[in-house]
Design a binder for this molecule. Sequence first.
Ligand code: FES
Length: 132
Amino acid sequence: MVLYRFVSPEALKEIPPRFKVGSPDLLQPSSFIFNEEYHVYVVRSDQGDFYAISSICTHLGCSVNWRPVSVPGNPKGIISCPCHGSVYDKYGNVLSGPAPRHLDRFAITLENNLLVVNTDKIVPENEMFLKI
Ligand code: FES
């Protein structure tokens, strides 16, 4: 059962168009929260900005894992896929395939002092950061 969870395609599961994460104070710089239900990493960067990336691999839809290992040029960890070995950096960029493109990056907003992830709004890397 556990093995199935890690290798099964996640792309067909229902993900709401937006969901609340909570107060920005939940996250210290250089940390993240994983929303397992909606397959989203909510991250606070080293500089204190917030961003949200999908945990669904762009190869065949398996769920990726954030691994706290150091690699050259990406010392704070990598995101890897257990199915076929794709590796992404902490911003979701592909470091090695077979993934054909980066992980989806979702718009993140602050509403009534709560972080909200808009999974219906995929944004490019230069628009993914929320500065508070
Ligand atoms: S599904 Fe992730 S590498 Fe194939």
